[in-house]
Design a binder for this molecule. Structure first.
Ligand SMILES: [Fe+2]
Length: 373
């Protein structure tokens, strides 16, 4: 496969990593068009979305992004984390190779949903989105295809919680309904977001047991492909796992560790999030099962992590939050390395230990943490 260069811009906008490689049949499709599109290229797509088209970012906005990396201010409540200000990509600014780039109606529709998200106030119900029949068909196709794979590839916790959400192909779930299930199960809340949040904001949100979720859906021209997080990825990849108490506690631990973290530590936590919540793998007896949303929402990655391709296989290693985490794979599709958890309880304990280390290092006091709401 042609090697795709990692766009330099990603180094400066790692929030793009919070996108996904979602349900896809991209290999045959794009090979037949002499064009190779993969997760890394999608990240590249996202990067270009930041540069290719107007509007150019204002100096104030750029300064705000820079501040988000360097600022170690600890938000005292979820209200202090904006879900619409520090957006690194997407929203309505689609890159030229986004499936919806030339579809003005699609872009208008996205903006409609983005504006709803921006208006949302924490504590209030998530705005209702009346999904169109075309959007519902996209959701239904993705759900139908993925759920057939889950029994073989998904971890036990995912399979146990999946049925709580009563996913149906003829109805795109509302974030509010999903949030209410999570509230009852684990105390987590789903908050709509206008696009890709800065990693610090996103990670800080986890400390308030809040998961920032997109509400718009991928373009209907190819339901098996999206260059960005959309509601299919959020609901099928993330939400069922957040209904598991041990997983939810692990995700909370990452958020806790991010509070007051230095820029370098925040970047390490971005990778820790990547190799757990997005691409985590867990032992089940002699088998490895997926719990990361980036795997669970990708047809190709589900197959790859277990079976490899040809004579190629990914590498598996135990996860040590204190250790160096390998460079995230952007440029050639699936992850080359996955980190394996023994259990969510074990992972959570390790991450909490790491959080304590970071708090001591960054002089985050127990008083700082006790005033969080
Ligand atoms: Fe995700």
């Amino acid at each position: 496969m042609k090697e795709l260069r990692r766009p330099a811009l990603l180094e400066n906008h790692p929030g793009l990593l919070f996108g996904l490689k979602s349900c896809d049949d991209w290999r045959p499709r794009f090979h037949s068009h002499a064009r190779e599109v993969c997760w890394q290229q999608r990240a590249s797509t996202a990067a270009r979305a930041l540069t290719a088209a107007p509007p150019a970012p204002s100096p104030e906005k750029e300064a705000s992004k820079a501040d988000a990396w360097s600022s170690t201010r600890i938000p005292k409540s979820i209200n202090e984390i904006s879900n619409g200000e520090n957006i690194l990509g997407f929203g309505a600014n689609l890159s030229a190779d986004h499936p919806g780039y030339n579809d003005e109606e699609y872009k208008r529709r996205r903006m409609q949903i983005v504006e709803l998200a921006k208006q949302h106030v924490p504590g209030q119900p998530v705005p209702y989105v009346e999904y169109t029949p075309a959007e519902t068909a996209v959701w239904g196709e993705v759900l139908t295809k993925l759920e057939k794979l889950y029994p073989d590839f998904a971890c036990k916790q995912f399979l146990d919680t999946f049925s709580l959400f009563n996913f149906r192909p003829d109805r795109v779930p509302q974030l509010q309904d999903m949030s209410e299930v999570l509230q009852q199960r684990t105390g987590w809340t789903i908050r709509p977001v206008a696009g890709l949040l800065h990693p610090r904001d996103f990670l800080n949100g986890l400390a308030f047991r809040t998961f920032h979720s997109t509400q718009y859906i991928r373009h209907g021209s190819n339901p098996m492909y999206t260059p960005e997080p959309d509601i299919c990825h959020e609901l099928l990849g993330h939400v069922p796992m957040l209904a598991d108490p041990a997983f939810a506690d692990m995700a909370y631990s990452i958020g806790l560790a991010s509070l007051g973290a230095s820029k370098e530590d925040c970047w390490h936590l971005t990778k820790l999030y990547w190799y757990t919540v997005e691409f985590g793998v867990i032992k089940e007896g002699e088998q490895l099962k997926a719990f990361g949303a980036g795997i669970l929402s990708s047809f190709g990655e589900l197959e790859w992590f277990q079976h490899g391709k040809g004579d190629q296989r990914p590498v598996f290693e135990p996860l040590d939050p204190f250790g160096k985490l390998t460079k995230m794979s952007y440029k050639d599709g699936f992850q080359k390395k996955y980190y394996v958890a023994d259990s969510f309880e074990d992972l959570s304990a390790k991450i909490k230990e790491y959080a304590t280390y970071l708090h001591n290092k960054n002089k985050v006091t127990s008083l700082d943490l006790s005033i969080l709401q």
